[in-house]
Design a protein around this ligand. Structure first.
Ligand code: MG
Length: 133
C-alpha cells in the first residue's frame, strides 16, 4: 500500500492553516520543531511494509530544510512533495495523491480530510490513525 502523509500537525505538533502565502523564510524556525513521537513510531512501523510519500503545504523553498529535518528525526519516506499553502491547497494535494497513487492519506486539517473523502480518497486524521492502529 502507498501511504501519504502530511507533515505539520501530523509529524510535527504544529497545527496551522495558512490561507495566504507568506515569505518562505518565515518558516525557517521549522528546522527546530520537535517531531510527534507517537505518530513517528506508527509511521516507522508502517514503513516496514508500505511505501511512505510525504505531501506538505510548506513552500518549495523549504525542501532542503524539510529533508534535513526528516533525516534528523529518522522519518521514513520515499518521496517528498511540497505544494505551497494558500488557496487551492486541497486541490494541489489531491493531484499529488492521484499522481502518486496514494491509497491512504493522513492529514490533520479537517477541511482537507473532508475534501479528499469527497473525491474518493481514503483520508484519515492523526486521531483516526491512533484509533485504528
Ligand atoms: Mg497539516
Amino acid at each position: 500500500m502507498i501511504i501519504g502523509c502530511d507533515i505539520d500537525g501530523v509529524l510535527t505538533p504544529l497545527r496551522f492553516r495558512i490561507n495566504f502565502r507568506l515569505p518562505w523564510w518565515v518558516f525557517l524556525f521549522l528546522a527546530f520543531v520537535p517531531s510527534n513521537k507517537r505518530m513517528l513510531k506508527i509511521l516507522i512501523s508502517l514503513s516496514a511494509s508500505h511505501k511512505i510519500v510525504l505531501v506538505s503545504s510548506r513552500p518549495k523553498q523549504l525542501n532542503w530544510l524539510t529533508q534535513w529535518w526528516l533525516k534528523r528525526n529518522y522519518v521514513p519516506y520515499s518521496s517528498l512533495f511540497l505544494v505551497e499553502s494558500g488557496p487551492g491547497i486541497e486541490q494541489r494535494k489531491l493531484e499529488i495523491i492521484r499522481e502518486e497513487k496514494i491509497d491512504l492519506f493522513i492529514d490533520d486539517d479537517e477541511k482537507i480530510v473532508i475534501f479528499l473523502r469527497e473525491h474518493g480518497i481514503n483520508a484519515l486524521s492523526p486521531e483516526g490513525v491512533f484509533l485504528k492502529i
